[in-house]
Design a binder for this molecule. Sequence first.
Ligand code: ADP
Length: 633
Amino acid sequence: MSILTNQNKEQMYAVLRQYWGYDSFLPLQEEAILSVLGSEDSLTVLPTGGGKSLCFQLPALLKDGMAVVVSPLISLMKDQVDNLKDMGIASCCLNSSLPFEQQEVAIEQIRKGKIKLLYISPERLQNEATVDLLSSVALSFFVIDEAHCISHWGHDFRADYRNLWMIKERFKTLNVHAFTATATKEVQRDIIEQLRFIDPETHIGWVGRPNLTYRVMPRKQILEQIMDVLGKHANEAGIIYCLRRKDVDAISADLKGLGIGNIGYHAGMSDKERHTAQEKFASEEVNIIVATIAFGMGIDRSNIRFIIHTGMPKSIEHYQQETGRAGRDRLPAFCYMFYSGRDYRLWSFFAKESSEREVMMKKLSAIYNFCTQPQCRHKVLVNYFGQDYDKRSCDACDYCLNELDMIDDALIVGQKILSCVKKVRQKYYGFGAGHVVNVLKGKLNEKIEHIGHHNLPTFGIMREESEIFIRYMIEQLVGQGFLSKEEEFSTLSVTDSGSRLLCGELSPVLAKPLLALKKKESARMTAKRREEEWRDIDQGLFQRLREKRTELAQKRGVPTYIIFSDKTLRDITAKKPATQEKFSDIYGVGENKLKSYADIFIKVVKDYEEGPEGFTGWKAEGISLLKSLRKKR
Ligand code: ADP
């Protein structure tokens, strides 16, 4: 790591203040920056919202030459470049979507040494003409953004990323720095090997996202469940993830029918339609997007307040990545997942077709276990990525908020179900959950009568429970490894630990199905959260500032967060700056933003204070004063 002298520390802080308008670094940023300034390769893993971009953008300004950032998505590149330009940093991108003339301009600027940061797609970097161009100019270092795309073990594998080791061959004297948000130990190892790093510096941040609250519930009437969530998040931005395109179309249409404005997004739509959807969401024209996972990697909107999963994703990595899009501004955000055993079956069907079958099934079991095991959700996620979780309660998941009703006699419930599975199982074939539920419930149907399962001692031993209850118990027992589902027909069988449960050596942890958000708790929590979030914030002024931000963003054709984040608007609302000098103290206002926007936003504050709202406030006070005076007389 490069030695941190007082002089370069001062320089780092001066640049942070001048361009970004921030006063301090977030955890691990300083360490990652020092690695980029030093002379070794490095790998930095920081969660979404952890501030990865700054870790390489800032050193690019301190070093001579141009930094080259490999990025997997064109929309991501464009946003980053727009953002840098807005801060007054010379940057550009090279990728296949750029019109020829714009490419020529970019290349000309690169040749003249005018660019500090170049964003480039992996395939473009591997083109000989590009290698020649880059070899002819002074470079500072290379960055591989979203580096997990390099690994088969990751969740967004990109074949083009696999060849990036060529950087070390072709640009021998330069260092390469890899950044990602989600990487298990296997993925970290793979990134280091694939990029041919020798003894790199690594900075592994805390993967936990304490500002996110997780809730996981069985899926029932999904539209009602979605509406239940939306009721808690009026006027807030959120993503509703669906597993299939047709679910996107159906849910999007149903919500529109109910008067909920939203936009759909999936890979079956044309490029133009998808682009429009993304722009509408980024520019805050639309707050709710219903999408498959095709929507996401390029989403930098920082004020997404909720994520709904209408089905279980295929891995914890996906879940972490998708929920990670909420609350990038580090303000509270909420994640709701509605899952079903059917999702497990769907994913295992795809896994069977894949050459990566074993890896996929391992990942699928981990996410299914996450859904079905009642325990602290934050702890499971953090442990999955190989880190310890010491807190006794996260206070931010359904389990720790005591929203789950635990079953007192879980061992007995488990034994009833497992003994039924054992009894119905024949030598060569078994039965799926539906049949087991019917037997336990004591439901006499043709199949049961024909096989004679109504004569079993377990027939009807859970008669008083609902079908959904029994099914949910079975899912939890599968998720916790006491039962296993065989692939083709999802027939159930008792595992070794299931046999130990039957002997009473092990006990499951079972929760009752929670189909709707708990009314009392969540209402109390929502009220408390709103109070905390809006303390010191005048909502009327905040709204005016948002409108101005949208107007500016639309004029410039950039997403709103490129102008200012919500956090900056809140700071303006709280401090109500009246001069340029005061405006420069606002969170996230660097020199360039001060020049571009201070006067515009100061005027919004001034107009608001002098305008009808201010007058109404004054008038209301005056009226109550008059009333009290009248009373006295
Ligand atoms: P990531 O790429 O890791 O998800 P970003 O680079 O998008 O994170 O940063 C997330 C947010 O945090 C952005 O709004 C960014 O401006 C802000 N941020 C980054 N560094 C700092 C800092 N040192 N202080 C305050 N905010 C920061």
